[in-house]
Ligand binder design. Structure first.
Ligand SMILES: [Zn+2]
Length: 212
């Protein structure tokens, strides 16, 4: 019984948090939905190129500028992880694809907020003895900044594939590697046309048999 109660409370909390996130999202960034990323794939001759856009919430679980050493290290680790395309997807070995380019950028307010964070840090230190006031000020500042705090990871990959005709399936390890990710809207452009897919935690693969 006790377990059930805490489970119910947990669900309530999760729903409330999700609600806040969505309201914020609508206000600021129409296309950015937490849990949902996009991946564009294009095949031209032997060159396979990809562009992934994923909310920071999906990759690291937060979108504000990192304010603790742990958050900084989480961001750096995620950036490194994303630089290896195999953390996102697996291509058929028979296609003989090798990575020719991979880059990751974080888009958002991080650059601008870094300076702010240092200022707040200094302020916090000065007012350390005024615990109540400090908390209050800090909350107010967080609210002021809440609207600016969306960020997204942007990754670009290029591969050279010896046998592009063998690119018949793509399996997404993305969901295993990034706990906040729920869905990816995938668009695949080949000389035969453009196709859209939705992959998810439950269905992390696409079949390209007919369009490659
Ligand atoms: Zn966001």
């Amino acid at each position: 019984m006790r377990f059930w109660m805490s489970l119910a409370a947990g669900f309530g909390l999760a729903a409330a948090v999700t609600g806040v996130g969505q309201a914020e999202e609508h206000r600021q960034l129409g296309a950015h939905v937490h849990g949902r990323g996009t991946l564009n794939i294009a095949l031209e001759g032997s060159r396979l190129s990809m562009e992934l856009e994923a909310p920071g919430a999906d990759i690291v679980g937060f979108e504000h500028a990192p304010s603790t050493p742990e958050q900084k290290s989480t961001l750096e680790k995620a950036e490194k992880k994303l630089k290896a395309p195999q953390t996102v997807l697996q291509l058929p070995a028979a296609a003989g694809c090798s990575v020719t380019d991979a880059k990751v950028t974080i888009e958002g307010e991080h650059g601008g907020n870094d300076a702010d964070d240092h200022d707040h840090g200094a302020e916090d230190h000065d007012h350390e003895h005024e615990a109540a006031d400090h908390d209050h000020d800090h909350d107010a500042a967080d609210q002021d900044h809440a609207g600016h705090q969306h960020s997204a990871f942007h990754a670009e990959y290029a591969f050279d594939c010896k046998s592009p005709a063998s690119l018949t399936t793509i399996v997404f390890d993305y969901f295993k590697n990034f706990a906040g990710a729920q869905k990816l809207d995938v668009t695949v452009v080949t000389p035969k046309g453009q196709n859209s897919f939705e992959v998810s935690r439950d269905k992390p693969r696409i079949d390209l048999g007919g369009i490659i």
